[in-house]
Design a protein around this ligand. Structure first.
Ligand code: WQD
Length: 316
């Protein structure tokens, strides 16, 4: 039985990844500082550890050795774009130092397979609607920049000491695999709109004059269970293949506009979800949709769940 260590495994995405790995037959150990995670989300050994703190690489190396870990999935990080603009030092400390300590610990313990949680935010504003992994990375906020620095550190480690790594660039993750795994903060469009509809308030549309078909921003919404499956496929690919130094887009390849999302929320909840157009949000690209072809070619992964299922499961 293979052993996988998941950092950030008590988080919204992490808990789905843990469950998918268990279903795959892995033994799973979680490391989480519980700053935004909840221990009740997972039922596997949980080591409380701040990966950016002093002594973290030594502590993590001991866990890797004691638990005889084969592969690491590194998700523990901060992910609020607005917060990263106000407090960049914190984002570089947690997101970059966290990666550095994970790499040091893996090198020390001789663990060579890593799946890294990266983000479409590494691309910044893109010229074309469909983004592939060769698009230039020009992140426009400290969050995206901290993720890109993490990717660079990982790439350099693959060259230096035989680390094999896949960097997964998530697009807009939403939905849930059951009530207790839900995202517990409504910080993104789908949970925000669900919240407002439940309160009888109109959803806010950040700009209806973008250069898109209906004037509202287009994004690629990917179900968190599909995303979790992508991690399992990535871990499997690293185990069965000797290569491994790639970035992979994790999205559906289909875009949905803010208006379409609001309509689906209305259809799923059986309400007329009202929309009020307000000003554009600063820094929002008009459209951001993945070309997920490389993930399909390299790890055999493809998203299977649609927007309706994402919204339905997010609203449970
Ligand atoms: C989606 C669309 C908004 C709220 C962010 C990060 C990205 C990644 C995912 C972590 C946008 C519009 C939103 C509302 C609206 N994070 N919107 N009314 O900005 O695409 O991506 O989260 O890895 O790095 O940037 O996601 O959910 O905030 O917004 O009209 O009340 O919905 O303008 O077009 P975003 P989001």
């Amino acid at each position: 039985m293979s052993v996988t260590l998941v950092t950030g495994g008590a988080g919204y995405i992490g808990a789905h990844v843990v469950r998918a790995l268990l279903a795959n037959g892995d033994r799973v150990v979680v490391v989480d500082d519980l700053s935004t995670g909840f221990a009740d989300r997972v039922d596997v050994p949980l080591v409380p550890l701040d990966l950016a703190g002093a002594g973290a690489s030594e502590a993590l190396a001991s866990v890797l050795e004691e638990e005889r870990v084969d592969s690491v999935v590194h998700l523990a990080a901060l992910k609020d774009v607005g917060e990263s603009v106000a407090d960049p030092e914190r984002y570089y400390r947690v997101n970059v130092l966290g990666v550095v300590h994970v790499l040091e610990a893996m090198r020390r313990a001789g663990v060579r397979e890593l799946v890294f949680s990266s983000s479409a935010a590494v691309y910044g504003n893109v010229d074309s609607e469909s983004v592939d992994e060769d698009a230039p990375c020009r992140p426009i906020n400290p969050y995206g920049r901290s993720k890109l620095v993490g990717e660079w550190a990982i790439e350099d480690a693959t060259r230096a000491w035989g680390l094999r790594a896949l960097r997964l660039r998530y697009f807009n993750v939403a939905g849930a695999g059951g009530r207790h795994l839900q995202d517990r903060v409504a910080a993104n469009l789908i949970p925000i709109v669900l919240d407002r509809v439940r309160r009888g308030e109109p959803a806010q549309v950040f700009g209806a004059d973008h250069p898109t078909a209906d004037g509202t921003c287009v994004r690629d919404y990917v179900h968190v269970e599909d995303l979790a499956d992508a991690h399992v496929a990535a871990v499997q690919a690293l185990r069965s293949d000797s290569t491994g130094d790639d970035a992979l887009n994790i999205g559906t390849g289909r875009g949905a506009s803010v208006r379409e999302v609001i309509d689906v929320v209305g259809a799923v909840t059986g309400t007329t979800a009202e929309a009020r157009v307000v000003d554009r949000r600063v820094g929002d690209p008009a459209a951001m949709v993945a070309n997920p072809g490389r993930a399909h070619r390299l790890i055999g992964w493809r998203a299977r769940r649609d927007l309706r299922e994402i919204v339905r499961s997010a609203g449970e």
